[in-house]
Design a protein around this ligand. Structure first.
Ligand code: MRU
Length: 352
C-alpha cells in the first residue's frame, strides 16, 4: 500500500499535501501547506516526520518559500533564497536529511544562476520532486539489500517508525520487512510503542497491520524480556544522522535497545539512505540532539500524567555507538562492522 506521505500539487505556485501523522492511527487526514510557515510548523509538530520525509518536506518547503520572492535578477533571488533556507533549517535539528535537502536545493539554484528567476524557480520545483522520486527508488533498494539478512521464521524487533510514512513511501527499516514478506518469508515483528510520542504504536503497528505483517506491539520496557524469551532474532531500526565513524542518532530509546541486543547476542541493524550520513561529523558526540516540550511527557495521553511543576527532560533522540551496530543497510549495499574505513569504502565520496 504505497501511501502518498507527501506530495507536491501543481506548478511552482502550488502546494504540499501531506498525511497528518499526528492524527494516526485513528484518522487518516491530508493537510495542505500553502506557505513556508505552514510547512515549518508541519515539520516542527511532526505532522511530517522521519528523516527522509523531512528531507523531502524541506526541499518542497523551499519551493513554498520562493513563491513570495519577487526578485527580478538571479543575484537578488539567491540572497532572498538564503533567508528561506535559513528559516527552514530551524524546524528540527537532528535529522540531517533536513539540511541535506536544503543544501541540494541551494546548489541547484546556484547552478542555474544564469537563468531567469522563473527558470530558477522551475528548476527548484523539479529538484524537490526529483528528491522525492529518488527516495522511492532508494527505499526499495534498501529493502532488497536488507531482506537478504532476514531468514524465514525470524522474529524482528523495531523501534519508532522507519516505514512508508517516514519516507516518500515503503520506508527504510520497514522496507526490509516489506521485502522479506514479498519474498515469502514468514516474519514476526515486535514493535516498541516508542514513548513519548508513540510512533511505534501509532504508525509502525498501523503500517504493518495494513501490510498484513504479523506484528505484536510491546511497551519499550518489555524489549529485554521479549529478547530473553528468544523471540527476537534481529533488531532493525532507521536513523536520523550517522556520523563518519558509524555512530547513529535515532529515536530516543534506540541506544538502550542496542545494548539489550548486544547482551542477548542479537544482530542490530540500522537501515538508512546515504543521505542520512553526515561525514562532516566525526562521531556521535557532535550530533545535535533535539529536546522537545515537557508536555509530550506530562500530557502525552490527552490527560495529565504527572504532577504540576515536576522537572522533565525530553530528548527526542539518542546515539547508538557504532560498536553496537552489526551492520548499516543502505541503498548502495550493506556496511558490516561500521567504522570510518568501512563507511568510506562503501560510500567513497558519493555523498552529495
Ligand atoms: O521524531 P521523529 O518521529 O521524526 O523520529 C523519527 C525516527 O527517529 C526514525 O526512526 C528515523 O527518522 C528513521 S525514519 C526512516
Amino acid at each position: 500500500m504505497p501511501l502518498p506521505t507527501i506530495e507536491w500539487e501543481g506548478d511552482v505556485e502550488g502546494r504540499i499535501r501531506l498525511v497528518d501523522q499526528t492524527l494516526l492511527p485513528t484518522e487518516l487526514k491530508f493537510v495542505y501547506c500553502e506557505d513556508i510557515k505552514s510547512i515549518w510548523h508541519a515539520i516542527k509538530t511532526l505532522m511530517v516526520r522521519g528523516a527522509p520525509a523531512i528531507g523531502i518536506a524541506a526541499a518542497m518547503g523551499v519551493v513554498l518559500g520562493i513563491k513570495d520572492i519577487r526578485a527580478k535578477d538571479a543575484d537578488t533571488f539567491l540572497k532572498e533564497l538564503k533567508q528561506v533556507t535559513s528559516y527552514l533549517s530551524t524546524a528540527r535539528p537532528t535529522a540531517v536529511n533536513l539540511f541535506w535537502g536544503i543544501a541540494r536545493m541551494e546548489r541547484v539554484a546556484r547552478e542555474n544562476k544564469n537563468k531567469s528567476v522563473r527558470e530558477i524557480k522551475d528548476a527548484l520545483l523539479h529538484e524537490a520532486i526529483r528528491i522525492q522520486n529518488e527516495d522511492k527508488v532508494i527505499c526499495r533498494q534498501i529493502g532488497e539489500n536488507g531482506a537478504k539478512l532476514i531468514k524465514d521464521g525470524n522474529g524482528i524487533l523495531t523501534h519508532c517508525n522507519a516505514g512508508g510514512l517516514a519516507t516518500a513511501d515503503y520506508g527504510t527499516a520497514l522496507a526490509v520487512l516489506f521485502k522479506a514478506k514479498e519474498q515469502g518469508k514468514h516474519i514476526k515483528v515486535y514493535a516498541d510503542e516508542t514513548r513519548p510520542l508513540l510512533q511505534g504504536a501509532r504508525l509502525t503497528a498501523w503500517e504493518l497491520v495494513h501490510a498484513g505483517i504479523d506484528v505484536t506491539l510491546i511497551c519499550d520496557s518489555m524489549a529485554a524480556h521479549v529478547m530473553k524469551q528468544g523471540k527476537v532474532q534481529c533488531v532493525i531500526v532507521g536513523a536520523d544522522r550517522i556520523a563518519a565513524n558509524g555512530d547513529t542518532a535515532n529515536k530516543i530509546g534506540t541506544y538502550g535497545v542496542s545494548i539489550l541486543a548486544k547482551e542477548h547476542g542479537i544482530p542490530f541493524y540500522v537501515a538508512a539512505p546515504v543521505s542520512t550520513f553526515d561525514l562532516s561529523i566525526k562521531s556521535g558526540n557532535d550530533i545535535p540532539i533535539e529536546e522537545r516540550s515537557p508536555e509530550e511527557i506530562t500530557n502525552g495521553f490527552g490527560r495529565k500524567t504527572a504532577p504540576e511543576g515536576v522537572k522533565v527532560f525530553n530528548p527526542a533522540f539518542d546515539v547508538t555507538p557504532a560498536k553496537n551496530i552489526t551492520a548499516i543497510i543502505t541503498e548502495k549495499g550493506v556496511i558490516t562492522k561500521p567504522s570510518a574505513e568501512n563507511i568510506q569504502r562503501l560510500l567513497g565520496t558519493t555523498i552529495s
